[in-house]
Ligand binder design. Sequence first.
Ligand SMILES: [Zn+2]
Length: 322
Amino acid sequence: MLLRAVIQNLAQGVVALVWMAGLRRLAAALAAPAWSDLLRRAVLLPPLLLAWRLAGLPTLPERLSVFRADEWAVLVGEGGVATAVVAAALLGGTVLLFLFQEVVPALRSRMRPQPATESADDRLDAALARVLAAFRAAGWTLPRGRLPRIFRLEVDDRVSALHGFAENRIVLSRGLLDQLDDQELDGAVAHELAHHARGGNLRLFGVWLARCLQAFNPAVLALFREFVEAEEAACDAVAARVLDRPAALASAILKAHGTPAPAPADATPWRRARAEVVRRANAAATRDRVERLLKPSRPWAAPPLFVTGASLLLALLLWSLG
Ligand SMILES: [Zn+2]
């Protein structure tokens, strides 16, 4: 039963990844928020379809099925020790990657001895008021009771983030605030407000949970990584659209992420090497974000029927992999 579910999930992950890779050719014509929505559904669909099957809801008749997870489960079961070792190495390796890249850093940051203090700041309050007015003028409805508040984080690092689940808080560090002029500040605040408008951390946590359930699946790992980047691009696109000042947002992104701090001089060679890899990866991601803002090639809104149709088609495809 468990083996069958794992095999079905692996097949669905691979098909979703290949299908999204094919769709990426069309993605140049697709708006950034729509692309992120499609990737989110590709991560959510496999566990939802498993719940569908466990609930006894209709599945494809066996004679029509192109992929039979139950037959593969029997084959793997009969494969002996060698098959078991290869399967355990592939799935276990992916789980280890998930633990060390995502769970351990998250736990470490939670266990920091002294969390930085947060203070109210008049300049931040004024920026949030301006950005909220721009969102409303652009026709966004942000529920009043759940509007985020904004705070200054008392650290020298350059940080900008949306914190909290039920009640969202936008936090900008003193180190970043000192670097930004008012237009750049509005851009940074609008990006965080776009996260809030698109469901905030609660929705991201839901996707992360779906990804946790599939921690053994390398295809879902790739889809989730792409989703995280796409969500950043989507929030950049929303912020640039609402404020109509993409260059100011691009400049704020460069100031926040453009020159990451080097590893401390007394760091071990392993830590220095790791810091260098992270620095290069971040530099590439920052360059992509800035380029997308300054040379926008995508339209703002995707045709709604295209996104709904593509999602339904993917759901049908994955559902047929019984
Ligand atoms: Zn962001």
